[in-house]
Design a protein around this ligand. Structure first.
Ligand code: SER
Length: 598
């Protein structure tokens, strides 16, 4: 069946309306109440308070279309199915119906409304793990609907556990629906979840019965919610039998505009396609961020602002590669606004801001690139005077680091002058820099640090602090509470008196020693009993035999915790205790920061 995005949105909302759902409006793409994420990444996100138990004014069955931004795998954009912006159709049960209805309706919608054949549908279900059984209920429901045994794939937590969206919140096991594109399997191990492009995931039903707490525990929610999400772009791509999302009508006008503006000749087809896709994706996302009703994100150096800057600047680089005519950015943005304004009128309302911000950011970046080009020409002429023809890796890296020159630019300019570039040397300089900036990551120089990355680092710092307190004060200095923001960590522990300045210094030194030693942080799955037997600190209880994750930092710290943590202590940069004070009777409080302490 052929279907447009407009028709799909309409069909989906009407279908769930006919099943007793209230159609609600999607929310801003910039989250309201969750400081742990930069953008709304799923339809459930704005509904978190209701999934946790607050009463929703529209009832217990909801459906909507939500604008989502996910920049986690920005580098995957260009492949057949990854996008940084997408629309998610969703239906929710707030402690109302559960698995049976959710799965049956998903199946009915896919087969009756969208016309997929049952044999095209493959599903994954939670395979279970020690302490949590396999989701046999979901398997039985899928079978009863006519999905064959060999189309049902039990999968581990990595694949079939969804959420929370940020660091904390509702989550649970899920069942994902994939469409078989009919392509050959890439290997005998190919199955839904494989990225070769045979199976494309289009929908996910999450059974949310858990809440992840700040200290990393999964506590029962005491409610049975359903949260589902269907990707609009991928679904219409599958329905129309297109090879990639970029062939759908949501992208063809944008790509057509890019082609119209492109003046580069002699570009390999593959590079051209990749550039077109990246520009189309990144500028579409930028238009939605800049056009959002909240109007709170502008290109800049921190957090969401930085993500936006990166999207725009990345598209400028690829625009250069295609030699797009001047004014391309606004021209492309106009197409995006035109294509979407009937669904998202805010884009039209904020049209001027969107165009102005794009224009300004492109101009700023182009100026930097021009300075880089002048610098390049200077270097090149000095080299020529000395009869040298190869640009060193170090120079190429400097052009990248200072002027944002991607290597391909430098190579292009060099070729024009009959010169070459030491690519290997560039890679080496690049890797060396990565290492160094990892070590200095705590400084947040240039605002490169994503909010959630900062929190992750703080989290690891908390483990180091806890272990250091044990070493300096003894095992009775036990964690009572912890609170992390992007600016500082706060740690409460049992201790009867004020710590001496020497003790504070010792604790700080111990933590810094571990950071300097660049110790890997290793995660293992085990049971609580086994972890404790190994001497791990564990702040929560778990059912006997239940799998828990344990984080080990050399021989310094071993703690059972939900994570996430950094890979290596060097990522913390440094550690400093700002304050040691009383919290309550018998409990002390430490406030500390991480980063490069200059
Ligand atoms: N929250 C789930 C997801 O993003 C279902 O929408 O996959």
């Amino acid at each position: 069946m052929k279907l447009t995005a407009n028709e799909l949105r309409e069909k989906y909302l009407r279908f769930f309306e006919s099943k007793g759902h209230t159609i609600i409006s999607g929310a801003s793409v910039i989250p309201e109440n969750d400081p742990t994420v930069l953008f709304t990444t799923a339809g459930m996100h704005p509904l978190v308070p209701y999934l946790l138990g607050q009463k929703h004014p529209a009832g217990t069955r909801l459906t909507d279309v939500q604008k989502c931004v996910r920049t986690g795998d920005i580098d995957a954009v260009g492949d057949p199915a990854h996008l940084t912006f997408f629309e998610m159709l969703g239906n929710w049960s707030l402690n109302d119906y559960f698995k049976k209805e959710a799965i049956a309706w998903s199946f009915e919608f896919l087969t009756k409304e969208l016309g997929f054949k049952p044999e095209q549908i493959n599903v994954t279900v939670f395979a279970g793990e020690e302490g949590i059984p396999r989701d046999d209920e979901a398997i039985a429901i899928w079978k009863s609907l006519g999905i064959a045994d060999d189309h049902i794939f039990p999968s581990p937590r990595e694949d079939n556990w969804w959420g929370p969206a940020g660091q904390t919140g509702p989550c649970g096991p899920d069942t994902e629906m994939f469409i078989d594109t009919g392509k050959e399997k890439c290997s005998e191990h190919c199955r839904p979840g494989c990225h070769c492009g045979k199976y494309i995931e289009i929908w996910n039903d999450v059974f949310m019965q858990y809440n992840k707490t700040e200290d990393g525990r999964y506590e029962p929610l005491g409610r049975h919610n359903v949260d589902t999400g269907m990707g609009v772009e991928r679904t219409i791509c599958m329905m129309n039998g297109y090879p990639t999302v970029f062939e759908t009508e949501l992208f063809t006008p944008i790509i057509a505009k890019i082609r119209e503006l492109a003046t580069a000749e002699n570009l390999e087809a593959e590079s051209r396609t990749k550039a077109e896709r990246i520009i189309a994706d990144h500028l579409r996302t930028s238009v939605f961020i800049l056009g959002d009703p909240k109007q709170s994100v502008k290109p800049g150096n921190l957090g969401a602002n930085y993500v936006l800057r990166r999207l725009i600047r990345r598209s400028v680089r690829y625009a250069k590669m295609l030699a797009l005519k001047p004014g391309y950015c606004e021209a492309i943005a106009e197409v995006v606004i035109g294509e979407y304004r009937h669904v998202y009128p805010e884009l039209e309302q904020n049209r001027e801001t969107v165009l102005r911000e794009l224009r300004d950011e492109v101009a700023r970046f182009e100026k930097t690139l021009e300075q880089g080009e002048r610098e390049f020409n200077k270097i090149a002429s000095v080299m020529k005077e000395h009869g040298q023809t190869q640009i060193s890796g170090k120079t190429a890296f400097k052009l990248y680091d200072t002027y944002g020159f991607p290597l391909e630019f430098t190579v292009e300019l060099a070729t024009e002058q009959g010169m070459t570039v030491d690519r290997e040397g560039y890679e080496a300089a690049f890797n060396k820099h990565q290492e160094l900036s990892k070590q200095n990551a705590g400084t947040f120089h240039g605002g490169l640090a994503d909010h959630s990355e900062v929190i992750t680092r703080m989290h690891t710092a908390t483990h180091l602090l806890h272990a250091a307190l044990h070493k300096v004060l003894g095992p009775t200095a036990l964690q009572k509470g912890s609170n992390i923001t992007a600016e500082r960590l706060r740690f409460d522990f049992t201790w009867p008196e004020k710590m001496t300045p020497e003790q504070i210094q010792q604790v700080e030194d111990l933590v810094n020693e571990q950071i300097k030693k660049a110790v890997p942080v290793v995660k293992t799955m085990t049971t609580l009993e086994a972890a404790k037997a190994e001497g791990a600190t564990a702040l929560f209880t778990a059912k006997y035999g239940e799998q828990v994750s344990m984080y080990t930092i050399g021989d310094f710290s071993k703690e059972v915790c939900g994570g996430p943590h950094v890979q290596n202590t060097s990522e913390l940069g440094g550690f400093k205790i700002l304050k040691e004070q009383s919290s309550s009777a018998g409990v002390r409080r430490i406030k500390a920061v991480i980063g490069n302490m200059k």
